[in-house]
Design a protein around this ligand. Structure first.
Ligand SMILES: *Cc1c(COP(=O)(O)O)cnc(C)c1O
Length: 431
């Protein structure tokens, strides 16, 4: 297998003689056939081929294949957003009456999806401290538990998940481990190598890298033995009447799970990526290996600088020696920990606001993980309706500032932070 750098550039699209060197955007909803029989075979899943872009499109498929190659899976599908990717990953094997166990430090959007919306669908959820002992996590399992969910690098806390430990627990309990690998990207960590079964992405972040297109992906390792736990996963292991009684595991083997995402969930729910946005992702993927290493290097420089500043109460960045996730990062993220960090300042909320307002190069955005350095203070922005106590209950320190280091020169980022800290310090620090 070629190195990941080469695969970022080449995987997924292999033009033949006289075909476009660049990935073509197939801007077509539908595809032409000559006989009724040809079309019928597609609908019976007897032949593979394109018929409607809600299910599959050649541009999107090339990009899905590119991400699949980087992650080392057997199949992948692009989705309209990262939210849709996590929704598809769960709904593909969970139905009303089932149960999910997820790390309690995951992205707020996923926390709401699992904790509120899927709950309203009748799928129950237990959030668990990812650092809890194995016995404690195992004790959360029920007969109806269908998957274990976590993030390689949590958003916004940037804690590293102990992937091997979580995979071991999931497999002992007969369920797949689903990992949201958004911040790490497959360049920094490939969760399948540590036992994860399904990987999801918000491609909106580093894979796009320029902040131009919302998207997601679901990738299947092909490793989970669905038939060994057939009673738990009837959607994969018993006949699907909406496809004339075919059984996914029998017909598609290792690709059963991902085929069902396309042929069942995309058909019925339509959370499809557009060919145009898939093309933007392809551009991003071709430089992902260069960018994510630079993001990581710059973030380590900035985090090291921040840690030594008197105005800074704390910094979490797994690349920092002594960080709560440093040991796990050394194991799972040896090539870098992405550009995202979080920090708290000593001065209190008014100080935080003065600091944010004084930034010039660094912009205030709800976005994260692209080429522009940006910052967000959940207590004053995304979570501003909550009291400090409610924030803590939601796992967000009221003073937490999320800083996403872009591709500018790290010296310029540090200079901006320095002048903003100076301006904010014109009001006295709290003792
Ligand atoms: C942003 C994000 C999502 C949601 O992705 P969207 O593309 O915004 O829908 C999911 N998981 C993580 C870790 C994220 O950072």
């Amino acid at each position: 297998m070629k190195s990941i750098d080469t695969r970022c550039v080449h995987a997924g699209y292999h033009p033949g003689k006289g075909e476009p060197r660049q990935l073509p955007i197939v801007q077509s909803t539908t595809f032409k056939y000559d006989t009724s029989e040809q079309m019928a075979r597609l609908f019976d899943l007897e032949d593979s081929g394109y018929f409607y872009t809600r299910l599959q499109n050649p541009t999107s498929d090339s990009v899905a294949a590119q991400i699949c190659d980087l992650e080392g899976g057997v199949g992948a599908v692009l989705t309209s957003s990262g939210q849709a990717a996590n929704l598809m990953a769960c709904l593909n094997i969970c139905r009303a009456g089932d149960h999910i166990i997820a790390a309690n430090n995951i992205y707020g959007g996923t926390f709401n999806l699992l904790g509120t919306t899927l709950k309203q669908f009748g799928i129950d959820i237990t959030f668990i401290d990812p650092h809890a002992g194995e016995d404690e996590i195992r004790a959360a399992f029920r007969p109806g538990t269908k998957l274990l969910f976590g993030e390689t690098l949590s958003n916004p806390g940037v804690e590293v998940l102990d992937l091997e430990k979580w995979a071991r627990i999931a497999h002992e309990c007969g369920v797949p481990l689903v990992i949201d690998n958004t911040f790490a990207t497959p360049v920094l960590c490939r969760p399948f190598e540590w036992g994860a079964d399904i990987v999801t992405h918000s491609t909106t972040k580093y894979i796009d890298g320029q902040g131009v297109s919302v998207g997601g992906a679901v990738v299947d390792s092909g490793n989970f033995p669905w038939d060994r736990h057939a009673d738990k996963f009837p959607g994969l292991t018993t006949p699907d009447e909406s496809y004339h009684g075919l059984t996914y595991t029998k017909k598609f083997g290792k690709a059963a799970y991902i085929t069902k995402v396309v042929t069942h969930l995309m058909r019925d729910l339509g959370c499809t990526q557009s060919p145009q946005n898939a093309f933007y992702l392809h551009l991003g993927l071709q430089t992902l290996h260069l960018r994510i290493r630079r993001h990581s290097e710059s973030a380590l420089k900035v985090a090291t600088w921040l840690k030594n500043r008197p105005e800074v109460a704390w910094v979490h960045y797994p690349g920092l020696e002594g960080d709560r996730s440093h040991e796990l990062a050394a194991k799972y993220l040896p090539d870098g920990c992405s550009g995202v960090m979080c920090l708290g300042l000593k001065g209190g909320r008014a100080y935080d606001e003065r600091f944010l307002d004084a930034l010039r190069l660094i912009t205030i955005e709800t976005h994260v993980a692209d080429c522009h350095t940006c910052v967000l203070h959940p207590a004053s922005h995304t979570h501003r309706q909550l009291t400090d106590e409610q924030l803590r209950a939601a796992g967000i320190a009221p003073d937490l500032i999320r800083l996403s280091i872009g591709l500018e020169a790290p010296e310029d980022i540090i200079e901006d932070l320095e002048q903003a800290l100076g301006k904010a310090s014109e009001i006295p620090l709290l003792p």
